[in-house]
Design a binder for this molecule. Structure first.
Ligand code: ADE
Length: 234
C-alpha cells in the first residue's frame, strides 16, 4: 500500500512515523509521501484558495493547483490509483473501506479545507481514476488532514504483516462482521479498587466466555448504537 498525501499542511503528517504505522513503514510494508499543494502554484504568494462563486462565507480551493498535482502524481504512477477526498459531504468511511484500501497498491489523498475544493476537480479526476469522497463522521473538521490521519491508521493496520498477532484482527472482524460493538476487556489484577473481573472470564470455560461476550456486545450495541442492531436483524 503506497499513499500520496496532498495538503497545504505537510507537518500534520509527522505523527504517521510514530507507533505501529511508522514501524510498518520502516519495515517496508507500506509507504507514503506527503506533498505540499503549494508546490503546484506559480504566483508569488502561492495562492491555493479564492472566494466562492454565488457568495457565502469562507474560501474555496482553486482548481488549478489541484489539477496540476493530480496530473503529476498520475504521470509518476505505475498503475491507476484511487483518489480519496475527505469531506463531511462524503460517504461514511468504514472498516470495509479500510480493508479495500489496505489491499490497494496506490491511493492518493487530497486534503481540502472544509469549505472544500472547487467541485470541478473531482469531476476532472473521475475521468482519469476512481474517486471516492468520504467522511469520517457527522461533524466538521477544519480540513481533511485529521481525517486522513484517522483513515491511514485504520488502513495501515490491516495491511498483512503490520499487526503482530493477526488473531486480534480476526476477533475484531468478527465483531465488525456481526454488526455488533466489541465486548469489554479486562486484565490483571483480578480485583482493583473494589471492582472485580467478571467471574465467568476466570472460569476457563470457553463456551461460557463466548456466550458472555456475545451478551455484553448486544447489550452495549443496544444501548449506544441501536441502529447497528436493526441492521443486524434485517
Ligand atoms: N473534512 C472536514 N470534516 C470532515 C469529516 N467529517 N470527514 C472527512 N473530512 C472532513
Amino acid at each position: 500500500m503506497y499513499a500520496d498525501i496532498v495538503t497545504i499542511f505537510p507537518d500534520y503528517f509527522a505523527p504517521l512515523d510514530l507507533s505501529l504505522v511508522g514501524k510498518a513503514r520502516r519495515a517496508g510494508l507500506v509507504n507514503w509521501q506527503v506533498h505540499d499543494l503549494r508546490s503546484w502554484t506559480h504566483d508569488r504568494h502561492h495562492t491555493v484558495d479564492d472566494t466562492p462563486y454565488g457568495g457565502g462565507a469562507g474560501m474555496v480551493m482553486k482548481p488549478e493547483p489541484w489539477g496540476e498535482a493530480l496530473d503529476d502524481l498520475l504521470d509518476r504512477a505505475w498503475s491507476t490509483p484511487t483518489l480519496i477526498i475527505p469531506t463531511p459531504a462524503g460517504e461514511p468511511f468504514s472498516q470495509a473501506l479500510a480493508y479495500e484500501w489496505a489491499a490497494a497498491s496506490h491511493v492518493v489523498f487530497a486534503c481540502g479545507r472544509y469549505e472544500g475544493i472547487d467541485a470541478r476537480v473531482a469531476q476532472y479526476a473521475a475521468t482519469r481514476m476512481p474517486v471516492r469522497e468520504v467522511s469520517i463522521g457527522d461533524y466538521v473538521l477544519n480540513g481533511g488532514e485529521v481525517a486522513v490521519l484517522a483513515m491511514m491508521e485504520a488502513i495501515v493496520r490491516l495491511v498483512p504483516g503490520v499487526v503482530g498477532n493477526p488473531e486480534s484482527l480476526v476477533e475484531e472482524s468478527h465483531a465488525v462482521g456481526s454488526g455488533l460493538l466489541e465486548y469489554p476487556a479486562y486484565t490483571k489484577p483480578v480485583s482493583w479498587r473494589g471492582w472485580d473481573v467478571p467471574e465467568v472470564l476466570l472460569s476457563g470455560h470457553h463456551g461460557r466466555v463466548e456466550a458472555w461476550r456475545q451478551e455484553r456486545s448486544r447489550e452495549r450495541t443496544a444501548a449506544v448504537r441501536p441502529d447497528l442492531l436493526d441492521a443486524d436483524n434485517a
